[in-house]
Ligand binder design. Structure first.
Ligand code: ZN
Length: 263
């Protein structure tokens, strides 16, 4: 990705002046090249025919300290130099942007100025943005894990959307994490293996195409087993705000008070 001295997701990158531990989310303008990339991946990955394509309200870049990014760089370099990938010249670590839905117990990004992370221990969203993923915590809410204890991601945004959950009932929008994932040499499987803890020798991840019940859709899932194979990179804020029942009355009142009382 970036050829500069610092990772573009680092606080220390010259583009990210003013960002730091208490300010990690950087709103992308719609003209930013990352904005169009993520927007394209989001809509291309929205495959469920029965789920209406939602509106994107904003896309944030997730920034982290170097101490958090360095283990990812080391892991990526290790994978890149593995014999099974040596012939790849373009994107040798097979790094991909993949979606992950999780629970949110606060109103982070509910409007685009609300960017402070919460401290609720059950808010996985803020925990992932702050400390990245933890294999031990991932998937704990899903009883059935097709590929054992790992970090699950997908190019299918509408599938990742199934795993989003707003613990704060007043939150109307939804958010999806887009992560950088070192997919490396994926082990492609057809059948489930719920006791797995790592891919076989020479492979770095699992990849499976899964058919939704009903048979009208297939989606892919990529699972990594190493915390350093993944870092959160973007946050997509999307969905439809429920209509405001009083907005019509409010606009009438507003207009009323704007009207001069004496003509
Ligand atoms: Zn939170």
């Amino acid at each position: 990705m970036s050829a500069s001295l610092f990772d573009e997701f680092s606080f220390d990158h010259p583009d990210n002046k003013g960002y730091g531990k208490s300010r990690r989310l950087r709103l992308l303008s719609s003209g930013d090249s990352h904005f169009s990339t993520i927007e394209r991946l989001f809509y291309r990955g929205w495959k469920h025919p029965k789920k209406t394509k939602p509106k994107i309200h904003g896309i944030f870049k997730i920034l982290s300290p170097n101490s958090n990014l360095s283990p990812y760089h080391r892991y990526r370099a290790m994978v890149t130099s593995s014999p099974s990938l040596r012939s790849r010249t373009k994107n040798p670590g097979n790094e991909q942007f993949l979606f992950h839905g999780t629970n949110r117990y606060c109103r982070l990004a509910e409007d685009l100025t609300r960017v402070r992370l919460c401290n609720f221990s059950k808010c996985h969203l803020c925990s992932i943005i702050r400390n990245s993923f933890d294999v031990e915590r991932c998937g704990s809410k899903h009883k059935f894990r097709r590929f054992g204890k790992g970090i699950y991601t997908s190019a299918c945004s509408s599938k990742a959307d199934d795993y989003t959950f707003n613990g704060d009932e007043s939150a109307g929008l939804r958010v999806l994490l887009v992560s950088r994932v070192v997919v490396g040499n994926p082990h492609k499987r057809r059948e489930n293996a719920t006791t797995l803890t790592e891919p076989p020798c020479g492979c770095h991840s699992f990849f499976q195409v899964i058919g939704e019940p009903g048979g009208d859709l297939n989606y892919e899932e990529t699972v990594v087993y190493n915390n350093d194979a993944i870092r959160p990179a973007f946050l997509v804020v999307y969905g439809d705000l429920p209509p405001q029942p009083h907005s019509k009355i409010r606009s009438v009142l507003t207009n009323l008070f704007k009207t001069p009382l004496a003509a």
